[in-house]
Design a protein around this ligand. Structure first.
Ligand code: SAM
Length: 733
């Protein structure tokens, strides 16, 4: 429900979504527009007396709330507040993941008038191994028309408002990837039509625009950069009633064309941007349509295509492809970028009124938003008041003075003050010398810290499988919000390791999940995850009883993790207590300081760490945790050593690969040279344990044996998973 009071806006120049009306009075009652009349008549009418707020809008233009027809919400409500600040009252997100998070964002945005409303395509439909599944292997994908209907029905069941498909062979990203062929794209578009959902195709070039038109999609998003779209394709789009969402603000930034970043010099924009968004706008390079620039890619071609489309009568929708977020430095920024998009549409030949239509009535029509996009009696009072005449000078839209969502006034000044008093901006994401992003939002990972990404990459992949052993929201968010960070492990450099490990990380994760469940059921109410990395158990396990989960890792990893989870990943009934400490320092002291009670039984999880410690450091760790272990405590350990790099298979693989391969990274970091039997080693530290081998776990879950640990193959390595109980009482603590 909107605000239960009446507002009257007098003397406005009104653009009602289609036409310009002069000196008009708009009456809003309980969230809806109830009258649009000449001001002189309104003043004399009965409603005049009931208005709780009367605004003299002389010298201003009143617009329908703006609709950005192409964004990515990036898992955070923050972006919807940013959008609303700039008068964007509805965003159409064209790819968000996972579905339950998207659903939550849409539901939340539907009810909160301090956020832009959200419509979403949910998960994008793409080719197997194509863009973006190549870097997000957990995404469902298609390798032919047969399953198109199922995919669209699944999207509909998940609550998608629009179907988005990718037609992109990765040419702008230095890759040659499979993409949906026209038969498959047509099957997706048909299924969307049957489901009553509009379909939008992401295109990369002239050829994929043709595929999109052949497929019969409702709308095409992006425009070619290598050449203008030939007139014959434009004519076809008109004849067949297609829409285009050119995303000029994104195409301009992607080409490195001057202009887009100038928004930062306009106080009307910059003055309302939080610091992270401002630094993304001035210096960010993430999330662009082109990551491998080429002289052939010319923004002038994008403008020319847009000009041709408009001149021929193809309806255009203003969309930005904004995909920044705190910690993700995309220079196309939610809310602000729409004002650049409007300006660029005018540069491409639209009049200011036509550009405004592209951000109001036209997207409302394309996306079936019949309650908005215009100012008319009965429609939502999503309104923007800007100073000046935006119907003749499009840049006047930047001078936002008031924003109402469902008749509720948004306090832009309070939002600005909140942003200004927040923590200082994080620097933009960085890259290691090999070109792999290892930093997000200023949290830069050390080499050993970045190994947490290897596990996250495979957990993200596992999370997308229909037969998954778990779903890991942290790993998925790393992939979605900071996908570049995973590149070393999920891209070609990690292929050898991925092949060798097979499903090992998933099997290991599930083994320890089940063990933790059992340990907590048996009475451990404290869990300590040593070298926690991007571990998501505090967020995703269905705990049998309330637990406190202590996560120990070094500052780089925990700061990185914080950037990923904040505002994106909710806890699952546990109390999570991060403990920043090196395991070679006084971590028991740090643990106690954070509330750990050595008198209570504890479940110790030692996963993915022993191999990074020397024998002496490993013994020190086991001795110290033993001293903190009350009777009935439990332990689970993954035990591997450098011997894994001495097998014939690994030696051959290392010799055959470049130094930049991630296998070499691991070889340089693994330090455990111990030859002691792991069971004996645990026994010496006071634990009675049993072991499981990866091959047994694989058989238990019907998965192939991880090739690196397949005892049937000659020259493979051994890694052991142990779980044990305390058999001695704690020593001096
Ligand atoms: N246990 C986590 C998992 O399975 O997802 C992370 C495993 S990751 C392969 C290794 C982790 O060990 C990284 O997060 C790294 O920061 C941490 N690590 C390595 N040496 C460490 C040390 N001396 N002190 C604290 N953490 C350390």
């Amino acid at each position: 429900m909107g605000a239960p009071f009446v507002i009257r806006i007098d003397h406005a120049r009104v653009f009602d979504g289609e036409r310009v009306l002069d000196d008009v009075s708009v009456l809003v009652d309980t969230g809806r527009v109830t009258a649009v009349t000449p001001t002189a008549q309104a003043a004399a009418g009965p409603a005049a007396a009931t208005a709780a707020e009367v605004i003299d809008a002389t010298g201003h233009t009143l617009l329908p709330g703006l609709i950005d027809g192409h964004t990515h919400v990036m898992g955070t409500l923050h972006n919807l507040r940013l959008a609303l600040t700039f008068g964007v009252t509805t965003e159409v997100d064209l790819f968000s993941f996972p579905a339950d998070l998207t659903g939550w964002l849409c539901d939340t945005a539907a009810h909160r008038d301090d956020l832009a409303d959200l419509r979403s395509a949910g998960t994008v439909i793409c080719a197997t191994g194509g863009h973006p599944a190549a870097t997000m292997p957990f995404l469902p994908s298609l390798d032919g028309p047969a399953a198109a209907g199922d995919q669209v029905r699944l999207r509909q069941k998940e609550g998608a408002h629009v179907v988005k498909m990718m037609l992109d062979d990765g040419c702008h990203h230095g890759a040659e990837l499979p993409t949906l062929d026209s038969a498959t794209a047509a099957a997706v578009a048909d299924a969307a039509r049957s489901a009553g959902l509009p379909s939008v195709a992401h295109v990369a070039d002239v050829e994929t625009v043709r595929t999109a038109l052949d497929a019969g999609v409702d709308a095409v998003t992006h425009v070619p950069l290598e050449a203008p779209l030939p007139q014959e394709a434009v004519d076809r789009a008109v004849a067949e009633g297609r829409y285009f969402i050119p995303t000029l603000a994104m195409m301009e930034m992607s080409c490195g064309a001057p202009g887009g970043r100038d928004l930062a010099a306009d106080e009307r924009i910059a003055g309302h941007l939080p610091a992270d968004a401002l630094s993304a706008l001035t210096g960010g390079t993430e999330g662009l349509c082109v990551t491998v620039p080429s002289p052939e890619l010319d923004f002038a071609n994008a403008l020319e295509t847009t000009r041709r489309l408009h001149a021929s009568g193809v309806p255009l929708v203003a969309g930005t492809d904004a995909n920044n977020a705190p910690g993700r430095a995309c220079p196309v920024v939610h809310g602000a970028a729409l004002h650049r998009e409007l300006e660029l549409l005018v540069t491409a030949g639209l009049s200011p009124v036509e550009a405004l239509r592209a951000a109001t009535a036209t997207p409302a029509r394309l996306f079936g938003l019949s309650d908005r996009g215009r100012i008319a009696p009965g429609l939502r009072a999503d309104l923007v008041l800007v100073e000046g005449d935006a119907t003749t000078d499009i840049t006047a839209t930047r001078a936002v003075r008031r924003v109402w969502r469902r008749g509720v006034s948004f306090d832009r000044e309070a939002a600005r003050a909140a942003w200004q008093s927040a923590a200082p901006p994080a620097p933009v994401a960085g890259s290691d010398p090999a070109g792999v992003a290892t930093a997000v939002g200023g949290a830069e990972l050390t080499a050993v810290g970045s190994t947490a990404l290897a596990v996250a990459a495979s957990r993200a992949a596992e999370s997308g499988r229909p037969d998954r052993l778990f779903q890991d929201p942290v790993a998925v968010q790393v992939a979605v919000a900071a996908g570049g960070a995973l590149a070393a492990w999920s891209g070609p450099r990690g292929e050898l390791l991925r092949r060798a490990m097979g499903d090992y990380f998933a099997l290991r994760t599930r083994f320890f999940d089940d063990w933790l469940h059992e340990a907590v059921t048996a009475g451990c109410r404290q869990v300590v995850v040593l070298a926690a990395g991007l571990d998501a158990r505090a967020f995703r396990l269905d705990w049998p009883a309330p637990v406190r989960v202590f996560e120990i890792d070094r500052a780089d990893v925990l700061t990185f993790k914080d950037k990923i989870i904040t505002g994106r990943v909710p806890l699952s009934g546990s109390e999570r207590i991060p403990v920043t400490c090196d395991l070679r320092d006084d971590w028991p002291g740090a643990l106690r300081e954070r509330g750990f009670d050595p008198g209570l039984p504890t479940a110790w999880l030692v996963e993915g760490i022993m191999v990074y410690l020397t024998e002496e450091e490993g013994d020190g760790l086991l001795a110290r945790l033993g001293a903190l272990s009350a009777p009935a405590s439990r332990i689970a350990v993954e035990y591997g050593s450098r011997a894994m790099f001495r097998t014939d298979n690994t030696r051959t693989a290392l010799d055959a690969t470049a130094e930049s391969d991630t296998l070499h990274t691991l070889a340089a970091l693994w330090r455990n040279e111990s030859t002691t039997d792991p069971l004996a080693r645990l026994a010496a530290h006071g634990w009675t344990a049993t072991t499981r081998e990866p091959a047994d776990l694989a058989a238990e879950h019907g998965r192939p044996t991880p090739p690196a640990f397949d005892p049937r193959q000659p020259g493979t390595a051994r890694i052991t998973l142990l779980s044990g109980r305390r058999h001695t009482s704690p020593g001096p603590g």
